[in-house]
Design a protein around this ligand. Structure first.
Ligand code: PSU
Ligand code: MN
Length: 319
């Protein structure tokens, strides 16, 4: 006899809800690319955020893969959103920024939120998605020894290729690279020997390995996971040259943004969104243009890596 006391609460049913398109892609072993949603809810202003979300999805499709934007809507972890849902998320105010520690409270309370790199990696792993495109990862903050983004330990835990343009120089990039090494995360330059700094093609830091094609990047990740290693692989892609901003030009703006954060007494999860908004404000349209261009570029590379992986081996091989 069924013990009704043990029936799950509504919030515990269907823990990861795939859209029809993503479910079909999964059943058909099609390449899928995960996309985060903090960039929509906290990273970019309306209406650029919706434009960007739709353009990233289109770019993934044009490159032969199926996009799966991940977010929490009314207490449900959703993998793949409709156009209407993307629009509602882009316009919504008061939605949470969800990192890994926030799943329980946000789901338990039936709230909505945009997932960070860390949270999106976790959902990608749980739903069998091997490739994820984003703009920049969180990292070790400058002059703030205890502010280390949860993105970094999660990169050490979830076997997903994260395609990004490195990290913004609002962060301490050398310390971020050291943390990635400690976590056993391979950092691979895509057609570059330099670790990019988001707006800028070169942070001044070198990467030890490069992949010159998406297929090569896929093979590196496969080799890593086939040994039983379980960490993520960070594929760093330089921002497109046409819109990139030299690092010394952005440094002045970043110094001002950091000083304003101290003045405004910003802490915790509010820090990164505050700095992103200030940098955007202070650097005018240039940084926004670079930001949008690199996000689309990363979506294209990620789709090509996912296609490379699906041609080489079924995903089930790693699970
Ligand atoms: N860096 C950016 N743009 C972003 C973020 C970081 O250039 O939108 C977002 C990502 O979602 C990332 C999160 O996972 O901020 C990191 O926040 P925190 O530093 O609080 O971990
Ligand atoms: Mn932090």
């Amino acid at each position: 006899m069924e013990n009704t006391d043990r029936l799950p609460l509504p919030s515990q049913r269907a823990q990861f809800v795939r859209s029809e398109e993503v479910e079909k892609a999964r059943l058909g072993h099609k390449p899928i690319v995960a996309l985060e949603s903090t960039v929509i809810t906290h990273g970019l202003p309306w209406p650029e955020n919706l434009d960007l979300a739709l353009s990233m999805e289109r770019t993934v499709r044009e490159n032969g893969a199926v996009p799966a934007t991940i977010a929490i809507l009314d207490g449900q972890v959703r993998v793949g959103l409709s156009g209407d849902e993307l629009e509602a998320l882009s316009k919504a105010t008061g939605v949470r920024k969800v990192s890994v520690r926030d799943f329980g409270p946000v789901i338990g309370k039936g709230l909505s939120g945009g997932t960070t790199v860390a949270a999106t990696m976790f959902v990608a792993e749980k739903t069998g998605i091997k490739v994820f495109a984003t703009g920049g990862i969180g990292g070790v903050h400058r002059d703030a020894p205890y502010d280390v983004s949860a993105d970094l330990p999660q990169l050490g835990r979830s076997p997903v290729v994260v395609v990004c343009a490195g990290a913004k120089s609002i962060l301490d990039i050398p310390k971020t690279a050291e943390y990635l090494e400690t976590q056993g995360v391979p950092v691979i330059g895509y057609q570059t020997d330099a670790f990019p700094a988001f707006y800028s093609v070169d942070s001044g830091l070198k990467v030890e390995f490069r992949a010159d094609t998406a297929l090569e990047a896929a093979q590196i990740a496969e080799a890593h996971w086939n040994l039983g290693l379980r960490s993520g692989v960070l594929l760093v892609v330089p921002p497109p040259a046409a819109t990139a901003v030299p690092i010394d030009r952005i440094e002045e703006v970043i110094k001002q943004a950091l000083a304003q954060a101290v003045e405004a007494d910003i802490h915790g999860s509010a820090m990164t969104p505050f700095l992103l908004a200030r940098v955007k404000e202070l650097s005018g349209g240039d940084s926004l243009r670079a930001n949008l261009a690199l996000l689309l570029n990363n979506a294209a590379v990620a789709a090509q890596v996912a296609v490379g992986m699906s041609q080489k081996a079924p995903m089930a091989r790693y699970l």
